[in-house]
Design a protein around this ligand. Structure first.
Ligand code: NPQ
Ligand code: MG
Length: 365
């Protein structure tokens, strides 16, 4: 039985500032949902940032949505599936729904002695790991940082770009590290369709993909851009559901999709998008939202599904944190092991939890 929902918050420093086209972060503010049962409990991590700049969702708002609208939908016998069905009339708020769903999934799978990977249909025991590289202060710094990641074994590099920091970054990294490096870029919606002639210059560099070049709402802009350039267009922010994924594929707004469970309202919806893409021959990869081990563990289970054919942003814990909230995920030969214990397979380390605050508790009965 689901007895209670607890909300926990905390903050951990990043090992280095992470700069994207929408801002710089030096720390990760954390919100966790804990689903308390009889004997077992489950954890879910909210991926929202402090500010509504990656998307419209933000952490304080998620706390309000979870407390005021999602928790009241829960009952002692709620499952992840019944919860998602019961909140279908609540619009948007994907990241809020996802963290509650994740906690419930972890609880229920622990009760059933099943790992999340097995439950989702994983076919791999380890996943190829890529790394997302923030915008640096100089080209020399960028070359240094990318060189370090390659030395650690990362199998794919993703460069964050923005107007004024784009073609030259790619040119320098290609020149330094060669033509066989798996390389892609992510604009986080920083361009407009009028930049198509400029972005066409990326065609010379044989990139795996360009991720979310245009604003979230501009699906037709992506259709036009995809026709104008050779670099495959991949969508991140635009894909908020199975329906938007289907629309984007049908319209040919993208030929690759970045799946992030937090952005699409949870692991169940993420699996549906995977299944659709697998059926349509659309490659997918698992994105990242600077998750600690709680979110990272669950993402690895998802990334072990067969359609995840491109390396994800599922990096090692050390990419972001000096000490992770769980036992750290480590890179081995460019891969990270998929957790095989019950539920998400990990839990917060007691001394890390001590630094966090349980600030709300709701009984389900
Ligand atoms: C992306 N992630 O793929 C995101 C962007 C991103 C690993 O590149 C706080 C919360 C900070 C969410 C920074 C990566 C964030 C964040 C970047 C998301 O577009
Ligand atoms: Mg992205």
């Amino acid at each position: 039985m689901l007895r209670a929902i607890e909300l926990w918050r905390g903050r951990i420093e990043l090992v280095a500032p992470f700069r994207t086209s929408f801002g710089v972060d030096t720390a990760r503010d954390l919100l966790y949902v804990r689903a308390v049962g009889d004997g077992h409990s489950g954890w879910g991590e909210c991926v929202a940032g402090v500010e509504p700049n990656y998307s419209s969702e933000y952490l304080e708002n998620c706390i309000g949505v979870v407390s005021k609208f999602l928790v009241p939908c829960l009952h002692p016998d709620s499952t992840a599936e019944s919860f998602i069905a019961s909140v279908s009339s609540i619009r948007g708020n994907f990241m809020s729904k996802a963290c509650v769903e994740a906690a419930l999934l972890d609880l229920r799978l622990r009760e059933q002695n099943v790992s999340l990977a097995k439950y989702l249909g994983a076919t791999k025991t380890r996943v190829a790991s890529g790394v997302s590289v923030g915008i640096q202060n100089s080209l020399d710094d960028l070359v240094g940082v990318v060189g370090e990641y390659l030395e650690q074994g990362y199998l794919r590099i993703k460069l964050k770009i923005e107007p004024g920091n784009d073609i030259e970054l790619v040119r320098v990294i290609r020149r330094e590290f060669g033509d066989t490096l798996l390389l892609q870029v992510d604009a986080n919606a920083a361009y407009t369709v009028d930049d198509a002639p400029h972005l066409k210059k990326l065609d010379a560099f044989n990139l795996l993909l360009i991720e979310q070049p245009l604003p979230e709402d501009d699906l037709f802009g992506h259709v036009r851009l995809a026709r104008a350039i050779q670099t495959p267009v991949c969508l991140d922010e635009s894909i908020t559901s199975l329906d938007t994924a289907r629309s984007a594929i049908e319209l040919q707004a993208c030929s690759i999709i970045n799946i992030k469970p937090g952005r699409v309202g949870g692991y169940l919806e993420a699996k549906k998008i995977h299944d659709l893409c697998f059926d349509r021959g659309i490659p997918v990869w698992c994105g990242g939202m600077l998750e600690t081990g709680i979110g990272r563990a669950a993402n690895l289970a998802l990334a072990a599904l067969p359609g995840f054919t491109l390396p994800g942003d599922t990096s090692a814990s050390a990419r972001y944190f000096a000490r992770d909230v769980t036992e750290p995920f480590v890179l081995e030969d460019g891969h990270i092991a998929v957790p095989d214990k019950i539920g998400i397979g990990v839990e917060p380390l007691p001394d890390m939890l001590e630094k966090f605050e349980k600030f709300a508790e709701f009984r389900t009965t």
